[in-house]
Write a protein that binds this ligand. Structure first.
Ligand SMILES: C[S@@+](CC[C@H](N)C(=O)[O-])C[C@H]1O[C@@H](n2cnc3c(N)ncnc32)[C@H](O)[C@@H]1O
Length: 356
């Protein structure tokens, strides 16, 4: 089970547990490594974290004051996150509080683990891959964990031939490589640490309209940049024949429930998920217009929490689901992208038995 707490305002979910629940018999049960999720302190520069660790009793002041006059949506989010975090602490899913050692360490273990993984990462070969059972797929000396009935197409999405997909999809999750300064900087410094980016006009050309079923739902991860968000809502949705039905937020918290990015700074502590329904759909179960998803993020940049369980109530039974720009697999789903199953590398997994 991924969703550990469900309330009217949203969910607390565990990405790591999700990874093990997809394992079926065949090979030893695997789970994403614990080190990946050891996010014990907010995302800070080393100097800033050290300063806070040394001056622990002035922590609130050193974290910096939030901007005045926060927008209404951000104020509501803070309130709702506190409620979910409180419940997660009561249930023992989060620690009570952080301490100066956490800030002193500044998530070093998680960061080094990811740095080592990215330095050894190899590009996937183009092609179609699938498996009915759970298996390990070896490609160019790297082993990838394939989940049951998952299929993947490693390709440039802009050149896919929609006629190759036999049927339309009831859910399409899209996490585009939005133009982003941080990723381009990483890309410039070290090829393996970033990924290719896509201009907004190219994202608009994705063949969503041709691939979405009549009752289909689109879940679009959108950057916090206001201009991109309004372009997505006006232009993408129009082109894809989709109408906005809900705006959800993913809020990233540390192992003690602190926001990974302090609220009220330029960088937001949340990512936005825009949900749109095919305009031709009649009478389908409505998606709640606002929900928050709270979870501890993996230390890999942009690694999103799985949405299969939280979106299941709003699509048909035994749905056909597609993830565009994926980096990992979901059982029974089709995943496409240049790095379609890069994060299934077993270097990111460990045997479940060791982590009871
Ligand atoms: C924001 S990331 C997706 C992250 C993913 N949702 C996750 O949770 O790990 C965008 C991905 O799109 C891929 N990408 C960039 N340009 C692409 C293209 N033209 N066709 C297919 N994939 C592309 C990048 O390599 C990267 O893996």
């Amino acid at each position: 089970m991924t969703v550990l707490i469900e309330k009217e305002i949203g969910y607390f979910l565990c990405h790591r547990r999700w990874s093990s629940s997809n394992n079926k018999a065949g090979i030893p049960k695997m789970i994403l490594c614990k080190d990946l999720f050891e996010i014990d302190c907010p995302f800070l520069f080393d100097l800033q974290a050290q300063k806070i660790a040394k001056n622990w009793f002035n922590k609130e002041k050193d974290m910096g004051r939030p901007m005045k006059n926060l927008p209404k949506d951000e104020l509501e989010i803070i309130e709702h996150v506190s409620e979910i975090v409180r419940s997660a602490k009561e249930a023992g899913y989060l620690r009570d509080s952080s301490n100066s050692c956490d800030y002193h360490e500044n998530n070093k273990k998680a960061r080094e683990f990811v740095k080592c993984f990215l330095s050894n990462k190899k590009a996937l070969p183009y092609g179609k891959f699938s498996s009915t059972d759970q298996k390990i797929l070896s490609l160019n000396g790297t082993n990838y964990l394939f989940f049951p009935n998952a299929s993947a197409v490693v390709c440039n999405i802009l050149s896919i031939d929609v006629s190759e997909f036999n049927d339309k999809f009831n859910l399409i999750v899209i996490d585009p490589p939005w133009v982003n300064k941080m990723v381009s900087r990483k890309r410039k410094r070290n090829e393996s640490h970033g990924y290719d980016l896509m201009e907004i006009h190219e994202i608009q050309k994705l063949p969503v309209k041709d691939l979405l079923s009549e009752n289909g739902l689109v879940a679009l991860w959108c950057t916090n940049k206001a201009a991109f968000r309004s372009f997505a809502l006006q232009k993408f949705f129009e082109c894809w024949n989709v109408e906005l039905v809900a705006t959800w937020y993913w809020i990233k918290v540390t192992t003690s429930g602190e926001l990974t990015t302090p609220i009220g700074k330029n960088k937001k502590p949340f990512e936005i998920l825009l949900l749109g329904r095919n305009k031709n759909c009649v009478n389908y179960k409505p998606v709640p217009s606002h929900r928050i998803i709270v979870s501890i993020p993996a230390a890999i940049h942009s690694f999103k929490p799985p949405l299969d369980e939280v979106l299941k109530p709003y699509i048909q039974d035994e749905p056909r689901c597609l993830e565009m720009f994926s980096r990992s697999l979901i059982p029974n789903w089709t995943s496409i992208g240049l790095e379609a199953f890069q994060l299934q590398d077993i270097a990111l997994y460990e045997p479940l038995e060791e982590n009871k």
